[in-house]
Design a protein around this ligand. Structure first.
Ligand code: EPU
Length: 419
């Protein structure tokens, strides 16, 4: 078993380069199934979720050629199977994009349903509602979801919840459908725009991505023969911003889109940090103990749930008492139990948590309960007195490229150790 060993307290200093966005990459890779041709994807993050997805595509008949660890060519001309490897897809949450992509390409899809999630229940009723509106029959049986249609026909779909996954899945299923699909109350996250840009580059006709009404005019074929570069990961950038603030550091973050970080920048300034944003890079620094603040997670452009736990670390050492309300996921405060082992004073109940700021954290053995919780614990280890050991690294490796190298380059004393 591997663990990260971190010796704190280190103010972070230096420059970090942000990788391509995980949540865009895990949508773009299955989207290549819709292309009757070859495409090249650049700026892919080198993370385990991306490799896993490429292996799934290989099993479906795609030819995958890695040019380097961030660039892959995918030839989807000979997709010969509509059933995804069920055991793998059951363990892998973003596998639900295979339903929309295979349905769009083959008019049939069988995918293992992702099981219970450690963020709380993760229903896909809005995805199913969209597929059915396009003319598909959808069934969930024996841990699998199967969808099929004689033909897919565009329709108007009002989403009860502005779900990121459902918005993308309906786009995937409707790109090759007959006629026009309109998604109302669509999610507006940056990766929705990225997937639409990717598909449009490959020959699709999608308009309005990034607003709450998206219009998809079905096309006969996506021909590909183009290259696309994945958008930078705003959650990774936000993670480093909050690490800089928590550690009273001063860092430059390169290859990010500062517009995507506006809700985080506003909060960093509110708690006493400083940000100098310049379009594709920013400097963030903080010279004193952070001030208290209240946070409510919201869909984009609100404060992102995927930075809630990293912000929780900052507030755990803030001057005063802060409250976080988590409105997206039911069980996203599991990391607070781990932070309390390090001396934090956090009481969480349901979707709210109260953070009574303490002057400092103390190193302890802790467990990453999910991907973002893992990132939060790394920040906690960097600012804590003494040594912190972090276990369950598989969560972190799913979504952060070279995280310990990047923190090491900023001065953190962090090593990966085989136990
Ligand atoms: N929801 C439903 N029904 C649905 C779909 C969603 O009730 O059919 C609910 C969910 O239970 C949740 C809310 O709607 O309460 C939002 O869910 P959404 O569908 O937007 O989330 P997702 O697509 O499953 C993506 C990211 C998550 C991120 C959320 C919110 C990917 C692969 N995952 O999940 O990322 O937290 O959007 O922004 O894009 C992470 O990266 O750590 C992560 C968990």
């Amino acid at each position: 078993m591997e663990k990260l060993v971190i010796t704190g307290k280190t103010p972070l200093k230096g420059t970090v380069e942000i990788s391509g966005m995980k949540n865009a990459a895990v949508a773009i890779i299955p989207a290549t199934l819709l292309i009757n041709g070859i495409c090249t994807i650049e700026n892919l993050p080198n993370i385990s979720d991306v490799k896993l997805y490429c292996n799934i595509l290989k099993e479906l008949g795609a030819v995958i050629t890695w040019k380097n660890e961030h660039e892959v060519t995918i030839d989807s001309r000979n997709i010969n199977c509509y059933q995804a490897p069920l055991d793998v897809t059951r363990k892998f949450r973003a596998s639900y994009y295979l339903i929309g992509a295979l349905l769009g390409r083959c008019k049939k899809a069988i995918v293992g349903l992702p099981g219970g999630c450690n963020l709380g229940p993760r229903p896909i009723d809005q995805h199913i509602k969209g597929f059915e509106a396009l003319g598909a029959t959808v069934e969930a049986t024996q841990g699998n979801i199967s969808a099929q249609a004689k033909k897919l026909k565009g329709n108007s779909i009002y989403m009860d919840i502005a779900s990121v996954g459902a918005t993308i899945n309906i786009i995937l299923a409707s790109v090759l459908a007959e006629g026009t699909t309109i998604i109302d109350n669509a999610a507006k996250e940056p990766h929705i725009v990225d997937i639409a840009n990717f598909l449009n580059t490959m020959g699709a006709d999608i308009r309005g991505a990034g607003t709450d009404v998206i219009k998809i005019n079905g096309v006969k074929e996506l021909t590909g023969n183009a290259t696309y570069s994945v958008v930078p990961d705003q959650i990774e950038a936000g993670t480093f911003m909050l690490a800089a603030v928590a550690s009273r550091g001063d860092i430059i973050i390169k290859n990010c889109i500062t517009k995507h970080l506006e809700p985080v920048i506003a909060k960093v300034i509110e708690i006493g940090g400083h940000v100098d944003a310049n379009g594709d890079h920013l400097r963030v620094w903080c010279k004193k103990r952070p001030e208290k603040a209240n946070i409510k997670t919201l869909p984009y452009p609100g404060f992102p749930t995927d930075l809630q736990s990293q912000m929780g670390v900052v507030l755990s050492i803030a001057d005063g008492t802060s409250i976080i309300n988590e409105t997206i996921w039911e069980s996203r405060f599991q990391y607070t139990v781990e932070l309390n082992k390090m001396g934090a004073k956090i009481i969480s109940q349901g979707k709210s948590a109260v953070f009574e700021g303490v002057p400092e954290l103390t190193g302890a053995p802790v467990y990453a309960t999910d991907l973002r919780a893992g990132a939060a614990l790394i920040i906690a280890g960097i600012i804590a007195n003494g040594t912190t050991e972090i276990y369950n690294l598989n969560h972190i490796d799913r979504g952060y490229e070279n995280i310990e190298e990047k923190f090491k380059n900023l001065g953190a004393k962090i090593t990966r150790v085989e136990e």
